[in-house]
Design a protein around this ligand. Structure first.
Ligand SMILES: C[S@@+](CC[C@H](N)C(=O)[O-])C[C@H]1O[C@@H](n2cnc3c(N)ncnc32)[C@H](O)[C@@H]1O
Length: 236
């Protein structure tokens, strides 16, 4: 099995326990990072009608937040579409959000039309995309001119320090044990630290966004830089 298929297969296996493991392992803090990103974007589109795509939507948490926060900003969401290649994750998403639209597809071939959306989000997903550069070009194609890509991700550290060591210890020693008990799949939770290690640091990812036709507007770390938010505008 090729690398990308193995990753998707792993998400199929952990899908039934994904939400529980996620909440326990992040102590719910990820919700505040997600809300920050949505608030920032919805303010820009206040009182407008827009389409939003959430790539690597998993069990649909980011979509739920887009939907519930939009009203606060007077934003009307015409279409909210989740894209993910894992049928297991999409089954879990459909149970939670039976009215949402989902497409089983990879990030580099979403099957959506040109200039479909004003916002495309991808939370904790881009690290898993083997064809990342092709996916960033695909995001550019799917966005309208002036549209935004919103990425939440665990990035690789460029500097070593105490905080980095604590984070690395948590990710490599504690997280696989707890995730392994909840999902009964320790291997899947050992994949998380190695996938971060194999991903990029924040600066290098900003360069890739630029190459794909985006201008980075936000690149900020949350909670001692555990998670990083990138917001970038389609400029060409
Ligand atoms: C860590 S989960 C994140 C799910 C969700 N976005 C969230 O924030 O909870 C990563 C997701 O990426 C998806 N994924 C893996 N490879 C992908 C690819 N090439 N294209 C799109 N999604 C992919 C997996 O199926 C999984 O649902």
């Amino acid at each position: 099995m090729e690398k990308q298929q193995k990753i998707v297969q792993m998400f199929n296996e952990i899908a039934p326990t994904y939400d529980l493991a996620n909440r326990v392992l992040s102590l719910g803090i990820d919700v505040s990072w997600r809300k920050f990103a949505c608030r920032y974007m919805l303010e820009k589109f206040r009182a407008q009608s827009i389409n939003i795509v959430d790539v690597a939507c998993g069990t649909g948490d980011m979509m739920g937040i887009w939907k519930s926060m939009a009203r606060e900003f007077g934003v009307h969401i015409d279409e909210l579409v989740g894209v993910d290649p894992s049928s297991g994750m999409l089954d879990a998403a459909r149970l939670k959000f039976p009215d949402f639209k989902f497409i089983e597809a990879y990030a580099d071939n979403t099957t959506l039309g040109d200039e479909f959306a004003q916002i495309l989000s991808i939370s904790y997903g881009i690290r898993n995309v083997v064809e990342r550069k092709a996916a960033l070009r695909e995001f550019n194609r799917v966005l309208k001119p002036g549209g935004y890509v919103v990425v939440l991700e665990f990035t690789k550290r460029s500097k070593k320090g105490l905080i980095t060591s604590i984070r690395d210890f948590y990710l490599s020693k504690i997280l696989p044990r707890i995730g392994g008990v909840i999902s009964k799949n320790k291997e899947a939770y050992e994949y998380l630290p190695s996938s971060i290690e194999n991903f990029l640091d924040a600066k290098t990812f900003c360069d890739e966004l630029y190459e794909a036709g985006f201008e980075v507007e936000v690149c900020r770390g949350f909670s001692m830089d555990i998670s990083t938010l990138f917001i970038a505008k389609k400029v060409r």
